[in-house]
Design a binder for this molecule. Structure first.
Ligand SMILES: [Zn+2]
Length: 264
């Protein structure tokens, strides 16, 4: 992850003028030379990047995965307000170099309040003591990193911690709780999760029965006629497994599952 951030996230804003000129002088067709150069720079900045990674993890843990009872009803961005107000921001240059008060505008002075008081204020929705304004100016590297984080905390993209392997992953479906990484025996965490789901009453389930019916029909056609029917059957088998798992894990509704089967 650290290396990926380094390569793709506008890292050039961190480099010295000389380093930037050296990169620009390289022939972009010479991938090897370019790779070498970037890797050299990466080793130079590695420590800094590892620090960004741990800063992001700290913030994300606090805003998304913190089980603290006091924070329970606060939205991720509201938690960020508490984090920003009460943690030592000197240690978090991602926050420090962002004009946070411009991005999230709090209508009330909270600088002298305790953590508990800020949480109480934020929870008091009727009094609407705070408002969130979306303004972002990007003129340095920290702005970019912060903006990515900001989108995650706004729940436009969901950052989840896999219930099976514990690793972070991104999804656009808030119902997803397992990642798609292969965990063991060629099975992904999501498949493992779906297999754990109670399936006793599945035979009585209309969506599942419809799925079985279509499955058997396609299988028989593939066997007797082959060719394109076989291709179609294999496609259905692969996609169907995924949809069936999604249905079992309640990532999609019964209606969505049936709609998909009927389209096949
Ligand atoms: Zn996982």
């Amino acid at each position: 992850m650290t290396y990926l951030i380094f390569r793709f996230y506008g890292f050039q804003t961190l480099l010295t003028d000389k380093e930037r000129k050296e990169i620009l002088a390289l022939n972009t067709n010479d991938i090897k030379k370019l790779d070498n150069k970037i890797e050299n720079l990466y080793s130079k900045y590695k420590k800094e990047f590892e620090s960004y990674k741990s800063q992001i993890i700290d913030i994300i843990e606090y805003c998304l995965f913190n089980d603290d009872e006091n924070l329970k009803d606060l939205k991720p961005l509201e938690r960020l307000v508490v984090f920003y107000s009460k943690k030592n921001i000197e240690e978090y240059n991602i926050l420090k170099y962002n004009q946070f008060n411009k991005v999230i505008k709090i209508n009330k002075d909270i600088s002298k309040k305790t953590e508990k008081e800020i949480i109480k204020d934020l929870k008091d929705r009727e009094n609407n003591r705070y408002g969130i304004q979306e303004i972002y100016e990007i003129d340095n590297f920290y702005n970019l990193l912060f903006l990515e984080l900001y989108f995650i905390l706004q729940e436009k993209t969901y950052l989840k911690k896999c219930k099976n392997c514990g690793k972070y992953f991104l999804t656009t479906n808030s119902a997803v709780i397992y990642c798609d990484n292969v965990f063991a025996d060629k099975k992904t965490c999501r498949e493992i999760g779906a297999n754990k789901v109670f399936t006793k009453n599945l035979e009585k389930d209309e969506a599942y029965n419809l799925y079985r019916k279509v499955y058997k029909k396609k299988q028989a056609l593939a066997k007797s006629k082959g060719g394109s029917f076989e291709i179609e059957y294999n496609l259905f088998k692969a996609q169907g497994k995924d949809k069936k798992n999604a249905y079992k894990l309640k990532e999609i509704t019964k209606e969505e599952f049936i709609k998909w089967i009927n389209k096949q």
